[in-house]
Design a protein around this ligand. Structure first.
Ligand SMILES: N[C@@H]1[C@@H](O)[C@H](O)[C@@H](COP(=O)(O)O)O[C@@H]1O
Length: 247
């Protein structure tokens, strides 16, 4: 696992954006796994700027999202689809057939999970971007999730709903369930880049670097992957021993 301590949020965003930019440069038809949340916004902005001033084309790129709330129509400003449209699809000039995200309104959600997983297997994700929840969740895989779980319907922990309530009128408006790629699905990616910023994420980052694998901290599943880069700012990395380099 490679650990980069960035000086601040901006530096973390820049480093992550440059990694994804390099991947696109090397292969214009690369498949990106993408995440939502506050953390990747800076990285998406930086990558949008890089793309705007570059001759690189995005018309062969494909993106696959980790998760989506159940019960919010795509047009809802708080759906992850809306987030992606605003932060990525529009600025990167992507067409609908390049963008994949679970359908949280599917009539048969079990079938939707199978369809999404089959699609991940069919296309394959080259590089997966991850954020992390305060409790170590990745995607919406809460503590206690099996590491071999595939795309599934999950119930969100009250703490996760509370953390995400900042985007909604109130905590009660945050959906209770979501469709998420499982930890097993995430681990299928060829490369994983995890970003974390701020003191609230320090314990989860500590778990990744220093704890044994445990379902109590979903993030520790990444220890079994051979190509993980962790980019954290100083606040999120304050509990870990390594100052850069491999762990
Ligand atoms: N499903 C998303 C995760 O993919 C994200 O990593 C996490 C942290 O979000 P933030 O970056 O806003 O702290 O929030 C949500 O729960």
């Amino acid at each position: 696992m490679k650990i980069n301590i960035a000086s601040d949020y901006h530096d973390m965003s820049r480093q992550a954006a440059e990694r994804f930019y390099e991947k696109l440069q090397a292969d214009p038809s690369v498949h990106f796994g993408l995440a939502t949340g506050g953390t990747p916004i800076g990285m998406y902005r930086h990558l949008s700027e890089l793309l705007a001033s570059s001759p690189l084309k995005t018309d062969a790129l494909k993106t696959f999202n980790l998760d989506e709330y159940i019960g919010l129509p795509p047009s809802d400003p708080n759906s992850f689809y809306s987030f992606m449209k605003e932060q990525v699809y529009k600025p990167w000039n992507l067409q609908a057939d390049q963008c994949f995200i679970p359908d949280g309104n599917a009539a048969d959600l079990e079938k939707e999970c199978e369809r999404y997983e089959a699609m991940i297997d069919q296309y394959g994700i080259d590089v997966q971007l991850l954020g992390v929840g305060k409790n170590g969740h990745i995607g919406f895989n809460e503590p206690g999730t099996r590491f071999d779980a595939l795309t599934q319907v999950v119930e969100l922990k009250p703490s996760t709903r509370k953390a995400n309530a900042r985007f909604f009128p109130s905590t009660d408006d945050v959906p209770t369930h979501a469709v998420t790629m499982g930890i097993g699905s995430i681990l299928k990616a060829k490369e994983i880049v995890l970003i974390a910023s701020g003191e609230a994420k320090a314990e989860a980052v500590y778990a990744l670097v220093h704890r044994e694998q445990t379902e109590d901290w979903p993030i520790t599943a990444l220890k079994q992957h051979r190509n993980v880069t962790v980019i954290v700012d100083e606040a999120a990395g304050r509990l870990i021993d390594t100052k850069g380099g491999d762990a």
